[in-house]
Each structure stands twice: as structure tokens, then as C-alpha cells.
Design a protein around this ligand. Sequence first.
Ligand code: F6R
Ligand code: ZN
Length: 189
Amino acid sequence: MASYDVPFGVAIDFATGVMEDADNVVVRHASDLRGYYSDADAMEALIASGDPVHYRVYEKAIPETEGHLLFCMSVLEPGSVGEEFFMTKGHYHTVADTAETYLCVKGSGFLVMKTSDGQWAAEPMEAGRMVYAPPLWAHRSINVGDDPLISFCVYPAHAGHNYGDIETEGFPKRVVRGPEGPIFLGNVA
Ligand code: F6R
Ligand code: ZN
């Protein structure tokens, strides 16, 4: 494995999101998102139809220690489970007061964010738009377009991922297909 204590560069294809020589490629299939969508029957039908890839995350194995930065390419496929657009699991960082930036390079969607004390926000993700998730804000990307939603993310290397709290709490809003575009549904204003 390369040393990441010396300078290096990597090639990234913005058309596909593929990072050349990625050390890790996290591949999440539909079945990895079981329980995340409101329409459980639609999810089972999607899994039965071949359990397609939901998203991929390309990373370099940079040491997860304070001082380093982790960066990745996230490629979220288009589609919906029932009427709910494909999304990532979403997480807080384990070191909760660490931020993250997302630069969208292709596609169309939202970065939906929330805090544990009930605030929420949704920032549009469009090619060339950078979205900032501040410390303490959980974040999830949602693809509302017809193409993959591709983003480049950077965050402190010691941040870690806390998925468990989102599995328990969910997000206050779901993004569903409406007659004239995406609609935010939820019981929070
Ligand atoms: C890293 C980060 C992104 C996501 C990726 C997949 O902190 O926020 O790189 O990891 O978009 O989403 P999750 O990790 O929620 O499955
Ligand atoms: Zn994150």
C-alpha cells in the first residue's frame, strides 16, 4: 500500500465518478438499504429484481488520524423505491463536530441534513455546486434526476461514520416523486 505521508495525486473521471487506483470501493446494493424507505414492498420487489447497485463510494486508504483529510467520490444511481428517490444511508460523523464538503460534479439532487435537536435543511446538488455540512449535521444525498448523482466529498480523516443514530431516528423529510418534481414529505414544517 502506498504511503500517504508523502504527496500524491489521483485521476478522477467526472463523467463516471470513477477514481483511478481507489484503495476501497464501497458498493451498496438495494438490500443494504432495507428498512430505509417507507415502501417496504417496493424495496422487496427491487431486491427480487436483481438487487441492483444503489451507490458506490471510491476512496483512498488515507490514515484515519487527525490532521489528514479523507476524500471520496460518491456515485448514487437514479431511481426510486416506490415514489421515494434513491438515497444514501446518511450518517452523523462519529466525531460529531467534524464538517464535510460535497462538490457535485454531475447529476441533480439534494443533500438533506439534520441535527439531533430537530433542525433540518436541504441544499440542492447540481454540477458545480458545493454544499457544506457543518459540524453536528447528519447528511444524506438524494438523487432526483435521471442520471447518476456524482459528488466529491472531503472531511477530516478522524471523523468516522455513525449510521446507528440515523437507523433509529431517520430523517425528518422524505423526498418523493411529485407531479411536477420532487416533493419533501414529513411531519416537520
Ligand atoms: C463521508 C460521506 C460520503 C458518504 C457517501 C455514502 O463522510 O459523507 O462520502 O459516505 O455519500 O453515504 P453513506 O456513508 O451515508 O452510506
Ligand atoms: Zn459524512
